[in-house]
Design a binder for this molecule. Structure first.
Ligand code: ATP
Ligand code: ATP
Length: 154
């Protein structure tokens, strides 16, 4: 029975695209790169409680990095010297930078596992810029999202 469920889970991972299980960009808690790290920000970050927080520049669909909730510990917020960018650059956390939205969940799972990323940024081609082919973020996916899909029962 449990083997059947695992098989079912794997099959559904192969059939589903990552865009079907990702967290949509509009629902993602993220931070602007030039934001100064003050007490208010630290409280907000802990209020949301997510371990990983994407960092964007200018527009939300332009994700350029990641900070971890732990990065905000033991920080001198009085000085006003620290920005989200300085934390992001200092810790330089690894993550999946370009996960195409129509990749199967199965392929994304293998990619995250192989590269040992916990989170990936899901992107689509940006047809509004005709010059160089660019991508824009449409959501995020974590191992948690895929595992949840895999072990889901009827
Ligand atoms: P961890 O379990 O490692 O502490 P977490 O609880 O912050 O991490 P995950 O367990 O990886 O997050 O994911 C749980 C759900 O939250 C997933 O659906 C994931 O897409 C979503 N999620 C993760 N980070 C964010 C974020 N910054 N904003 C919105 N949703 C997020
Ligand atoms: P977590 O937030 O759950 O403690 P993390 O931030 O340390 O995890 P992840 O974001 O889950 O790491 O993924 C980054 C990858 O970096 C991990 O899957 C792991 O393989 C690797 N990694 C994490 N910590 C270490 C470490 N101390 N030494 C070597 N590799 C590490």
């Amino acid at each position: 029975e449990s083997e059947k469920n695992i098989m079912r889970g794997v099959l559904s991972l192969k059939m589903k695209k990552v865009r079907d299980i990702m967290t949509n960009l509009i629902d993602v808690f993220m931070l602007e790169t030039d934001r100064v790290v003050d007490d208010e920000l630290v409280l907000t970050v802990h209020g949301y409680g997510y371990s990983r927080i994407p960092v964007y520049e200018n527009q939300r669909d332009n994700i350029i990095g990641l900070v971890n909730i732990r990065d905000f510990a033991l920080l001198d917020t009085e000085s006003g010297k620290f920005t989200v960018r300085s934390l992001m650059n200092f810790y330089n956390h690894r993550y999946g930078k370009v996960i195409m939205s129509d990749d199967s969940c199965y392929d994304v799972f293998n990619k995250l596992k192989k590269e040992q990323y916990h989170m990936g940024v899901v992107v689509e081609h940006d047809n509004s810029s005709e010059k160089d082919p660019k991508v824009k973020a449409v959501g995020i996916v974590t191992l948690e999202d895929i595992i949840e899909e895999m072990i889901q029962e009827e």
